[in-house]
Design a protein around this ligand. Structure first.
Ligand code: NAD
Ligand code: UD1
Length: 342
């Protein structure tokens, strides 16, 4: 089976490409490198000792997408490509709407035209807004609290409409909780450009000495230690969720939604402690004000993915911290230094 992976050079995409190649799928990656670089794909091929096809192409250019479908008989598309920084999406919403929505519409039109109707879409737990009870199931009410989240919600709705109009589509909406960690080889991992927005990459940059200290955004939440609680999921477990979704897609048309999380919540202070243990480094931190828009607690009920896909997470918080540290200490400047030298 041949899988087109949009955004395959990015953080989750590159880890998914590894697992696809390991399972002997043929992989075609389309990425414009707006938030990644070719080095990640070189490393995917090093890890697996297998080749993938790659297009430096932009979803905003329909002719780029058409070229890929002309060159390859694609069986299914895993669509990761998109912009994902929540804060930035508030400042430059039009760029987010254009890139994420127009990019997706162009992809869907090309898929329609080339009769490729199997799609896995990267959605996010952000579509649940601030849930009133926990754990979160797929049936919870949806609400967008920022332009990034709204692009996810809009695309989910568009995909439902698309299926209603043509019942030969088979679509999986995967709602990720908080992806962290890196491949166990330490060769690929998360490589944020500029100051990290998310907790784990921030902590690992403090541990490696790139940043002086972490700001803990609020200690007065209604949680056991007052800091925010999230459902952190190892990126390899997340990648495997995509692999298990593919047979389901190709066996039966429809739109199915799955939460991909561990079901466990950890606080910011618990993450700091676990990371200190994994890295043997002291993480300097200070308590600051809450970050606007943050919620107290968020964790998943992923029993539907277990029941219908046979998917379960296997990696612990210790694995998540160890693998993040292994990637960070071996690649203190991410892929950049290596790319320049080569
Ligand atoms: P990432 O930025 O590392 O990867 C996205 C990739 O898409 C990048 O390689 C980027 O260059 C590419 N891209 C962006 N716009 C493009 C375009 N117009 N044409 C072609 N390529 C384009 O992000 P990630 O963390 O790997 O996230 C992948 C997907 O998962 C995104 O859709 C994101 O919104 C979603 N998601 C991520 C998280 C998370 O915390 N990382 C959580 C929930 C959902
Ligand atoms: C972020 C995104 C959300 C996305 C989710 C999954 C924001 C505002 N939200 O959520 O849309 O679905 O990732 O990837 O970016 N924290 C600190 N200090 C830091 C960074 C974070 O204390 O420097 C705290 C936060 O307050 C939160 C926890 O750490 O309690 C996790 O934060 P983060 O990694 O940014 O993820 P989310 O806020 O869950």
């Amino acid at each position: 089976m041949k899988i087109l992976v949009t955004g395959g050079a990015g953080y989750i995409g590159s880890h998914t490409c590894v697992e696809l190649l390991k399972k002997n799928y043929d992989v075609v990656v389309l990425d414009n490198f707006s938030n990644s670089c070719e080095e990640s794909l070189n490393r995917v091929q090093n890890i697996t000792r297998k080749k993938l096809s790659f297009y430096e192409a932009d979803l905003l250019k329909p002719s780029d997408i058409h070229q890929v479908f002309k060159d390859h008989k694609i069986d299914a598309v895993i669509h990761f490509a998109g912009l994902k920084a929540v804060g930035e999406s508030v400042t430059i919403p039009l760029k987010y709407y254009h890139n994420n929505l127009t990019g997706t519409f162009n992809l869907l039109s090309a898929m329609d035209q080339f009769n490729v109707k199997n799609l896995v879409f990267s959605s996010s737990a952000t579509v649940y807004g601030d849930p009133t009870t926990l754990p979160i199931t797929e049936e919870f009410p949806l609400c967008a609290t920022n332009p990034y989240g709204r692009t996810k919600l809009i695309i989910e709705e568009v995909l439902q409409d698309l299926y209603q109009s043509d019942k030969s589509w088979s679509i999986a909406l995967l709602r990720y909780f908080n992806p962290v960690g890196a491949h166990e080889s330490g060769q690929i991992g998360e490589d944020p450009q500029g100051l990290p927005n998310n907790l784990m990459p921030y902590i690992s940059q403090v541990a490696v000495g790139l940043l002086p200290r972490l700001s803990v955004f609020g200690s007065d939440y209604n949680t056991p230690d007052g800091t925010g609680v999230r459902d952190y999921i190892h990126v390899t477990d997340l990648a495997l969720g995509h692999i298990l979704t593919l047979p389901k897609l190709t066996s039966k048309p429809g739109v199915a939604t799955y939460n991909l999380g561990t079901g466990n919540g950890f606080s910011v202070l618990e993450i700091i402690k676990e990371f200190e243990k994994a890295s043997n480094q002291k993480i300097s931190y200070q308590i600051t004000d809450r970050r606007p828009g943050d919620i107290a607690t968020c964790f998943a009920d992923s029993s539907k993915a277990k029941k219908e896909l046979g998917w379960e997470t296997t990696k612990s918080l210790e694995d998540m911290c160890k693998d993040t540290w292994n990637w960070q200490k071996n690649n203190p400047e991410g892929y950049r230094k290596h790319s320049k030298e080569d």
